[in-house]
Design a protein around this ligand. Sequence first.
Ligand code: MN
Length: 265
Amino acid sequence: MSTASSLRILVTNDDGVHAAGIFALQQALSRAGHQVTVCAPDRPRSASGHSITLHKPLRLAEVALPDGTIAYAGSGTPADCVTLGVLDVLENKVDLVVSGINHGPNLGWDVTYSGTVSAAMEAIIIGIPAIAVSVANYAQNLHFDGAANFTATLAGRFADPQHKLPPATLLNVNAPDLPESEIKGVRLTTQGDRQYVDRLEKRHDPLGRAYYWLGGKLHDKEAAPGTDVKAVGEGYISVTPIHLDLTAHAFLRDLRSWNVEEERG
Ligand code: MN
């Protein structure tokens, strides 16, 4: 780490290097005194999940952010950009990876589709602590200030050597799309469930052939207390620690009673 309070931070996202959210994040982290490098996809890659590029070469290009800062635009996925950013651009001298600010929520089960959260997962697989941050709305113009300034504060916590994320753990931050002065506070939360209805829309083209739109609307059921969905719905910033171990530890005990295990030979 460079100094007691200044961290070397790699910033990435899944909305592309020219998105407004990543610039808001880069600005807030830089204002807080951190050494910020941006390496992000050269085009929008939302809902790309944790895909990586194995069967063709990857390229990095230097591009300018709106304030003239040089950033790196990668031809691959968000996870690819973390790998290139950490291992090549910053030669593994990184204290923290921050992914976002995503234009749209990454609440509940959204995280399994999310390029934003997957970029943070790639960082922790490489061994760098990581934060994913999103503003939970799909509007054209989002309020990024609350998310950006809170993330700068949260990143600063990593400067304290007492504050270590356990292995394979990242922080998933979601902020409501509100002016910063209207955000009610910050809550630590669990990952909620977030179900969509009408996920598939089937239409027909002028020749009568079917085509499909994936998507759907949110189920309007009440969010469970303590969840990310609930906190953001009530106007709070949500911070959820997410673990890469997807084992259903509680169910493993029940599963033993199914008599699936055996020893052969
Ligand atoms: Mn996105």
